[in-house]
Design a protein around this ligand. Structure first.
Ligand code: NAI
Length: 300
């Protein structure tokens, strides 16, 4: 797999997973815009030195890279970063939305500011970056975009209501953009990593962390942005293991509108949860189509 001639922007690439993604893309021929605010884990502060260090690493290995200290929360700064990339290399083929922070607390103790900031960095950060490259990718008829989601969003985690909501919002963003981008060969996918980084170093024992080196996730990222990448996949990756998550729809039941409809729904919960013949819909319309089809069959 090669990325010669391709231009990639990787956000939050000053450390952790983003750094590995940037180094791997550069090793395989991509020119890389290394973005990182250089702040602390909770999103405070900022220095471009983290991004610059990764640029130096790429250049030392014979690759091409430039740095940006833009915060993904700042739409104007993101626009300037994309313009700098276009001025330097003339195109943007790959966008890795990876920048992220944590403000973990149980929902009872979480302030609205902690909630908003996490949404702002993960969700709006990805929206700003994606919006800023979208027209270029449409004009090129080529684009590969990855949203970094999380098992916290897909399945939930104590103390991460803000983070989980933001990460699942990225899945929703991916679902629609993968449909809208398809005719311009813009493929949009999600990566749900598990890795030993500063984000997780206090959460897991040393023996587990040793298996979860961030570079073991990056092969999955590369597969999501290759020429023959899938579209609309949620790839889970950690410790060199890979899985795929799906948003599915069961076949369900038909109740109609009798007086005891609520009781029938409650009594039918097990039946409507039955996963036999479960599907992965191609778009949101599938739910309505399934439902009206069942109603028509039942009502004759
Ligand atoms: P990390 O903290 O090492 O990397 C995140 C990077 O994003 C940092 O270098 C930080 O400076 C940068 N950043 C933060 N706010 C920014 C902003 N406003 N603008 C630009 N850059 C900003 O953590 P890690 O683990 O490498 O996280 C990378 C991504 O993977 C994040 O989106 C995270 O939520 C996600 N993730 C990580 C998991 C893990 O197990 N490590 C699990 C699931 C998701």
């Amino acid at each position: 797999m090669r990325f010669d001639g391709r231009v990639a922007i990787v956000t939050g690439a000053g450390g952790g997973l983003g750094r590995q993604h940037a180094l791997a893309l550069a090793r395989r021929g991509a020119k890389v815009m290394v973005n990182d605010l250089g702040g602390t884990l909770d999103g405070s502060g900022g220095t471009p030195s983290a991004a610059l260090a990764v640029v130096e690493e790429i250049r030392a290995a014979g690759g091409e890279a430039i740095a940006s200290g833009a915060s993904v929360t700042d739409a104007n700064a993101v626009q300037q970063m994309v313009e700098q990339t276009l001025q330097t290399w003339g195109r943007v083929d790959i966008l890795i939305n990876n920048a992220g922070i944590l403000r973990d607390k149980s929902f009872a103790k979480m302030t609205l500011d902690d909630f908003r900031l996490v949404m702002e960095v993960h969700l709006m950060g990805a929206v700003h970056c994606t919006k800023a490259v979208w027209d270029t990718m449409r004009a090129q008829n080529y684009g590969r975009i990855v949203m970094t989601t999380s098992s916290s969003g897909l399945y939930g985690n104590f103390g991460q209501a803000n983070y989980g909501a933001a990460k699942m919002a990225l899945v929703g963003l991916m679902q629609t953009l993968s449909i809208e981008g398809a005719k311009h060969d813009i493929r949009v996918n999600c990566l749900a990593p598990t890795a030993a980084t500063r984000m997780t170093e206090n959460l897991m024992p040393e023996t587990v962390l040793r298996l979860l080196q961030p570079e073991t996730v990056t092969p999955g990222l590369l597969a999501l942005v290759a020429e023959d990448a899938p579209n609309r996949a949620i790839l889970c990756a950690g410790a060199g293991a890979f899985e795929r998550a799906h948003i599915t729809l069961t076949e369900g039941i038909f109740v109609g509108l009798p007086d005891d409809a609520p009781e029938q729904v409650a009594a039918g919960f097990e039946a409507l949860s039955d996963r036999t013949n479960e599907s992965v819909p191609n778009s949101g319309n599938a739910q309505g189509t399934l439902e009206t089809g069942k109603a028509m069959r039942a009502l004759g």
